[in-house]
Design a protein around this ligand. Sequence first.
Ligand code: BES
Ligand code: MN
Ligand code: ZN
Length: 487
Amino acid sequence: MKVELKKIHLSEAKENLLCVFLMQDEEPPYDVKRFLHDVKKQRYEGKLLQTYSTDTRNEAKFKHLLVVGLGKKEEFKADYLRRAAGIAVRYAASRKENIVAMHLPSNFIARHELMQMVQAMAEGALLSGYRFYDYKTKKDDLFYVEKAVIVSEEDVADGIARGTIFAEAQNYSRRLDEQPANVATPAMIGAEARRLAKEHGLGFSLYDRNRLEKMGMGGMLAVCQGSVHGPLLIRLEYNRGKRFPLYCLVGKGVTFDSGGISIKPSSGMHEMKYDKSGAINVLGVMMAVAQLKLPIRLIGLMPMVENMPSGSAQKPGDIITAHNGKTIEVLNTDAEGRLILADALALGAEEKPEYMIDMATLTGAMIVSLGRHAIGMFSNDDALSDALTEAGEATHERVWRMPLWPEYGEMMKSDIADIKNISEVPEAGSITAAAFLREFIGETKWAHLDIAAVDMVKGPHPYLDKGATGTGVRLVIAALMRLSKKK
Ligand code: BES
Ligand code: MN
Ligand code: ZN
């Protein structure tokens, strides 16, 4: 699906379906008002995301009109437009319309916010138009909305271009994350990363088992010990030149998390194919950063492994040594994400980046503490946390900063090794996991994003369908843009 601009008055729209977004107390434009005869019958009051639809019976160039309410002016935010555009595209799909026209409501938007609003609209349309049909064999029955046309008299092409880059990066992540574990093995993700790097001119290297052994990547090697699939560390680099600030992204890439010998219950276990979301998000961000030509340098590290039980699997009680030399007592093989991140974060810290950000589906406890509406953020740096918080508001991929006091670190001390991989008291599970990670970052300014609650959706959402969400991609792109501007 694509989004295009048509610089015309709304009365000139001649697509079959025109969608108009209206504030609750706003006077509708003439070309809409004359079709509002049925609002009482349809109980349309202009409340947030309420809809009204009617045929125009040859009285307008467009044949069908959809009105989506935006609620009260005082409460308005960009995400409402993202949601409204998402609903418009869904409505188009339900009517089997290949093209949908959407009117940009520019009269109540401040000029300096116009681009941001158009970007949100383009994102909502593209995210809602995404379909995953890779494994459907009857291709004839499958329907896509092909195009959203944004109707506006303003020149908002830049906002559309940016929204397209953001949303396509997220959709790219969703598509790859949705691939099941029998297809998306570490080797397959490595091949895909190579293709992406070539397409966008990124630096690329792969480290296989041999190299990882030489590098002392004890966490990665231990986690994949029970799997027939070898481990792979993928490194990508975007480089605009030495004078630009260096940042590092790390993503948890567990292609399937069975729990290992500390095996998970079988109900819902299939969802653990999404345990690679953090790493896949890194790929999406790298792609967008290259397209946006951001004035930064960016290293992306993706430790890829599969966590399986078998005769060769690691066992509870094993003691391993991570890349920075610290020893870890593995008390639970299901706390595997932090073991591979330990290696990758230690490696990232050696590059001396100005900031390091990791994304990981790290703890089920995250779902307990914040539910599905926020990403848990853990950081040792206020400027970095603020940039991520602001970016979260703008993208509606909101983050909430959690504490990381020294007391939580105390909970992770082992009796016989430097550190243990779980605290034996079942409390503050997400924070103790973050405290574990902190042992591997050295002095680096860092933020850890626990995306366990948001990497997939099961239920209704205004613009994300069931399945992998790619949540975190737009957030991190927006945060990097903010950080690079502060320089
Ligand atoms: N990948 C899981 C975390 C997870 C759980 C993500 C549910 C999404 C949904 C992680 O590897 C894990 O198993 N964590 C354990 C940690 C525990 C053993 C301390 C957990 O959360 O139960
Ligand atoms: Mn696990
Ligand atoms: Zn996991």
